[in-house]
Ligand binder design. Structure first.
Ligand code: 13P
Length: 251
Protein backbone atom coordinates (compact mmCIF):
# COMPACT_ATOMS: atom_id res chain seq x y z
CA UNK A 1 0.00 0.00 0.00
CA UNK A 2 1.27 3.44 -0.90
CA UNK A 3 2.36 5.42 2.15
CA UNK A 4 -0.12 8.10 3.19
CA UNK A 5 1.44 10.94 5.14
CA UNK A 6 -0.55 11.78 8.27
CA UNK A 7 -2.26 15.16 8.15
CA UNK A 8 -3.42 17.51 10.92
CA UNK A 9 -5.60 20.23 9.40
CA UNK A 10 -7.03 23.13 11.40
CA UNK A 11 -10.16 25.00 10.34
CA UNK A 12 -10.32 28.33 12.13
CA UNK A 13 -13.78 29.08 10.67
CA UNK A 14 -14.78 32.72 11.31
CA UNK A 15 -12.23 33.18 14.08
CA UNK A 16 -8.93 34.97 14.22
CA UNK A 17 -7.36 38.38 13.76
CA UNK A 18 -3.74 39.51 13.73
CA UNK A 19 -3.58 38.99 17.50
CA UNK A 20 -3.96 35.25 16.98
CA UNK A 21 -1.04 34.75 14.58
CA UNK A 22 1.16 34.06 17.61
CA UNK A 23 -0.71 30.78 18.11
CA UNK A 24 0.54 29.53 14.75
CA UNK A 25 4.12 30.63 15.26
CA UNK A 26 4.04 29.01 18.72
CA UNK A 27 2.74 25.79 17.15
CA UNK A 28 5.53 25.84 14.57
CA UNK A 29 8.16 26.46 17.24
CA UNK A 30 6.84 23.67 19.46
CA UNK A 31 6.80 21.15 16.57
CA UNK A 32 9.77 21.99 14.32
CA UNK A 33 9.94 18.43 13.00
CA UNK A 34 6.44 16.95 13.32
CA UNK A 35 5.79 13.41 12.24
CA UNK A 36 2.85 14.63 10.17
CA UNK A 37 1.88 17.38 7.76
CA UNK A 38 0.24 20.43 9.39
CA UNK A 39 -2.19 22.80 7.64
CA UNK A 40 -4.07 25.73 9.16
CA UNK A 41 -6.99 27.30 7.29
CA UNK A 42 -7.58 30.78 8.72
CA UNK A 43 -10.18 33.26 7.48
CA UNK A 44 -9.23 34.72 4.10
CA UNK A 45 -8.33 38.04 5.73
CA UNK A 46 -5.44 36.39 7.59
CA UNK A 47 -4.12 34.13 4.85
CA UNK A 48 -1.25 36.14 3.52
CA UNK A 49 -0.08 37.29 6.95
CA UNK A 50 -0.22 33.73 8.27
CA UNK A 51 1.60 32.41 5.20
CA UNK A 52 4.37 34.94 5.80
CA UNK A 53 4.52 34.16 9.51
CA UNK A 54 4.99 30.41 8.97
CA UNK A 55 7.19 30.50 5.88
CA UNK A 56 10.02 27.98 5.97
CA UNK A 57 8.48 26.07 8.89
CA UNK A 58 6.33 22.96 9.19
CA UNK A 59 2.95 24.72 8.95
CA UNK A 60 1.19 25.20 5.59
CA UNK A 61 -1.89 27.36 5.09
CA UNK A 62 -5.18 26.95 3.27
CA UNK A 63 -8.46 28.67 2.53
CA UNK A 64 -11.89 27.65 3.83
CA UNK A 65 -13.79 28.04 0.55
CA UNK A 66 -13.36 29.35 -2.99
CA UNK A 67 -15.64 30.49 -5.79
CA UNK A 68 -15.95 28.16 -8.79
CA UNK A 69 -15.05 30.94 -11.24
CA UNK A 70 -11.52 32.20 -11.75
CA UNK A 71 -12.53 35.88 -11.54
CA UNK A 72 -15.43 38.18 -12.31
CA UNK A 73 -18.46 39.95 -10.93
CA UNK A 74 -18.96 38.02 -7.70
CA UNK A 75 -19.01 40.56 -4.89
CA UNK A 76 -17.58 39.26 -1.65
CA UNK A 77 -16.22 36.03 -3.08
CA UNK A 78 -12.64 34.82 -3.33
CA UNK A 79 -11.27 32.69 -6.17
CA UNK A 80 -8.93 29.75 -5.86
CA UNK A 81 -6.20 31.67 -7.68
CA UNK A 82 -6.55 34.47 -5.11
CA UNK A 83 -6.09 31.97 -2.28
CA UNK A 84 -2.98 30.65 -4.00
CA UNK A 85 -1.74 34.21 -4.51
CA UNK A 86 -2.18 34.83 -0.78
CA UNK A 87 0.04 31.85 0.02
CA UNK A 88 -2.48 29.02 0.35
CA UNK A 89 -1.66 25.54 -0.92
CA UNK A 90 -4.92 24.01 0.31
CA UNK A 91 -8.64 24.76 0.43
CA UNK A 92 -11.49 23.23 2.42
CA UNK A 93 -14.56 22.66 0.23
CA UNK A 94 -18.12 21.61 0.96
CA UNK A 95 -17.89 22.02 4.73
CA UNK A 96 -21.30 21.28 6.26
CA UNK A 97 -21.50 24.89 7.48
CA UNK A 98 -21.13 26.06 3.85
CA UNK A 99 -23.64 23.48 2.68
CA UNK A 100 -26.12 24.62 5.38
CA UNK A 101 -25.46 28.38 5.54
CA UNK A 102 -24.86 29.00 1.83
CA UNK A 103 -26.92 26.27 0.21
CA UNK A 104 -23.93 24.59 -1.39
CA UNK A 105 -24.89 21.44 -3.26
CA UNK A 106 -22.68 18.58 -4.37
CA UNK A 107 -22.59 20.18 -7.83
CA UNK A 108 -21.35 23.47 -6.38
CA UNK A 109 -18.67 21.70 -4.42
CA UNK A 110 -17.56 19.74 -7.50
CA UNK A 111 -17.22 22.97 -9.51
CA UNK A 112 -15.25 24.56 -6.70
CA UNK A 113 -13.00 21.53 -6.53
CA UNK A 114 -12.21 21.83 -10.24
CA UNK A 115 -11.41 25.51 -9.73
CA UNK A 116 -9.14 24.65 -6.81
CA UNK A 117 -7.25 22.10 -8.89
CA UNK A 118 -6.91 24.58 -11.76
CA UNK A 119 -5.22 26.94 -9.31
CA UNK A 120 -2.92 24.19 -8.06
CA UNK A 121 -4.57 23.86 -4.64
CA UNK A 122 -5.13 20.61 -2.75
CA UNK A 123 -8.85 20.26 -2.00
CA UNK A 124 -10.10 18.97 1.34
CA UNK A 125 -13.62 17.89 0.40
CA UNK A 126 -15.98 17.44 3.35
CA UNK A 127 -18.79 14.92 3.64
CA UNK A 128 -20.97 13.97 6.59
CA UNK A 129 -24.43 12.96 7.70
CA UNK A 130 -26.86 14.75 10.00
CA UNK A 131 -28.12 13.09 13.16
CA UNK A 132 -31.47 12.44 11.49
CA UNK A 133 -29.78 10.72 8.59
CA UNK A 134 -27.71 8.56 10.95
CA UNK A 135 -30.73 7.63 13.01
CA UNK A 136 -32.57 6.67 9.83
CA UNK A 137 -29.55 4.44 9.00
CA UNK A 138 -28.83 6.40 5.86
CA UNK A 139 -25.26 7.34 6.75
CA UNK A 140 -23.41 5.33 4.11
CA UNK A 141 -25.87 6.28 1.35
CA UNK A 142 -25.54 9.97 2.20
CA UNK A 143 -21.74 9.80 2.31
CA UNK A 144 -21.61 7.87 -0.97
CA UNK A 145 -23.84 10.40 -2.68
CA UNK A 146 -21.84 13.36 -1.39
CA UNK A 147 -18.58 11.75 -2.40
CA UNK A 148 -19.77 10.82 -5.88
CA UNK A 149 -21.31 14.25 -6.45
CA UNK A 150 -18.71 16.49 -4.84
CA UNK A 151 -15.47 15.01 -6.18
CA UNK A 152 -14.78 15.60 -9.88
CA UNK A 153 -13.01 13.17 -12.19
CA UNK A 154 -9.27 13.55 -12.03
CA UNK A 155 -8.75 13.04 -8.31
CA UNK A 156 -5.33 11.87 -7.16
CA UNK A 157 -3.58 11.41 -3.85
CA UNK A 158 -1.84 14.72 -4.55
CA UNK A 159 -4.87 16.92 -5.21
CA UNK A 160 -7.58 15.46 -2.95
CA UNK A 161 -8.14 14.81 0.74
CA UNK A 162 -11.58 13.70 1.97
CA UNK A 163 -12.79 14.76 5.42
CA UNK A 164 -15.57 12.79 7.10
CA UNK A 165 -17.32 15.22 9.43
CA UNK A 166 -20.60 14.00 10.94
CA UNK A 167 -22.67 17.19 11.21
CA UNK A 168 -23.87 16.26 14.69
CA UNK A 169 -20.31 15.87 15.96
CA UNK A 170 -19.13 19.34 14.91
CA UNK A 171 -18.63 21.64 17.87
CA UNK A 172 -20.81 19.47 20.11
CA UNK A 173 -18.28 17.43 22.05
CA UNK A 174 -20.04 14.30 20.75
CA UNK A 175 -18.15 11.85 18.59
CA UNK A 176 -19.19 8.64 16.85
CA UNK A 177 -17.94 5.35 18.23
CA UNK A 178 -14.62 4.19 16.82
CA UNK A 179 -16.50 1.43 14.99
CA UNK A 180 -18.77 4.01 13.36
CA UNK A 181 -15.79 6.11 12.25
CA UNK A 182 -14.05 3.01 10.89
CA UNK A 183 -17.15 1.89 9.02
CA UNK A 184 -17.48 5.22 7.21
CA UNK A 185 -13.76 5.59 6.48
CA UNK A 186 -13.57 2.03 5.11
CA UNK A 187 -16.60 2.75 2.91
CA UNK A 188 -15.07 6.00 1.60
CA UNK A 189 -11.82 4.17 0.80
CA UNK A 190 -13.70 1.41 -1.02
CA UNK A 191 -15.68 3.90 -3.09
CA UNK A 192 -12.56 5.89 -4.03
CA UNK A 193 -10.80 2.69 -5.08
CA UNK A 194 -13.77 1.61 -7.17
CA UNK A 195 -14.08 4.95 -8.94
CA UNK A 196 -10.47 6.03 -9.33
CA UNK A 197 -8.66 2.68 -9.26
CA UNK A 198 -6.80 1.03 -6.41
CA UNK A 199 -3.64 3.10 -6.67
CA UNK A 200 -5.37 6.45 -6.47
CA UNK A 201 -8.06 5.22 -4.07
CA UNK A 202 -5.43 4.05 -1.62
CA UNK A 203 -3.37 7.21 -1.85
CA UNK A 204 -6.10 9.76 -1.00
CA UNK A 205 -5.93 10.73 2.65
CA UNK A 206 -9.08 10.49 4.76
CA UNK A 207 -9.51 12.80 7.75
CA UNK A 208 -11.99 12.53 10.57
CA UNK A 209 -13.47 15.82 11.84
CA UNK A 210 -15.89 16.68 14.62
CA UNK A 211 -14.94 17.41 18.25
CA UNK A 212 -11.37 16.13 17.90
CA UNK A 213 -9.40 17.13 21.01
CA UNK A 214 -5.98 16.23 22.41
CA UNK A 215 -7.72 13.79 24.76
CA UNK A 216 -9.49 11.72 22.09
CA UNK A 217 -7.09 12.12 19.17
CA UNK A 218 -4.92 9.04 19.74
CA UNK A 219 -7.94 6.75 19.90
CA UNK A 220 -9.39 8.21 16.70
CA UNK A 221 -6.06 8.03 14.86
CA UNK A 222 -5.83 4.31 15.64
CA UNK A 223 -8.99 3.64 13.60
CA UNK A 224 -8.67 1.98 10.21
CA UNK A 225 -8.31 4.38 7.28
CA UNK A 226 -8.09 7.49 9.48
CA UNK A 227 -5.10 9.42 8.12
CA UNK A 228 -5.52 12.50 10.29
CA UNK A 229 -8.03 15.06 11.46
CA UNK A 230 -9.82 18.23 10.41
CA UNK A 231 -10.06 20.20 13.62
CA UNK A 232 -12.17 23.25 14.43
CA UNK A 233 -12.21 24.60 17.99
CA UNK A 234 -9.10 22.77 19.15
CA UNK A 235 -7.03 24.19 16.28
CA UNK A 236 -7.28 27.76 17.57
CA UNK A 237 -4.76 27.36 20.39
CA UNK A 238 -1.21 26.11 19.86
CA UNK A 239 -1.32 23.98 23.00
CA UNK A 240 -4.50 22.14 21.98
CA UNK A 241 -3.59 21.67 18.34
CA UNK A 242 -0.07 20.73 19.38
CA UNK A 243 -1.51 17.88 21.44
CA UNK A 244 -3.35 16.61 18.37
CA UNK A 245 -0.23 16.99 16.18
CA UNK A 246 1.76 15.03 18.76
CA UNK A 247 -0.87 12.27 18.91
CA UNK A 248 -0.76 11.98 15.12
CA UNK A 249 2.92 12.36 14.51
CA UNK A 250 4.34 10.72 17.58
CA UNK A 251 6.69 13.69 18.15
P1 13P B 1 -14.87 21.10 15.87
O1 13P B 1 -13.51 20.46 15.94
O2 13P B 1 -14.94 22.43 16.55
O3 13P B 1 -15.95 20.14 16.30
O4 13P B 1 -15.15 21.42 14.33
C1 13P B 1 -14.91 20.44 13.38
C2 13P B 1 -14.98 21.06 12.04
O5 13P B 1 -16.03 21.47 11.57
C3 13P B 1 -13.73 21.18 11.28
O6 13P B 1 -13.95 21.54 9.95
Amino acid sequence: MRHRRKLAAGNWKMNGTADDLGEVTALAEAHPDPGCQIVICPPATLLSRMAEAVEGGPVEVGGQDCHPAASGAHTGDVSAAMLADAGAAWVILGHSERRADHGETNDTVRDKCRAAWDAGLIAIVCVGETLEQREAQNTLDIISGQLAGSVPDGATGHNLVVAYEPVWAIGTGKIPTMDQIGEVHDAIRARLERRFGEGVGRSVRLLYGGSVKPGNAAEIFAVSNVDGALVGGASLKAADFGGIVAALGGD
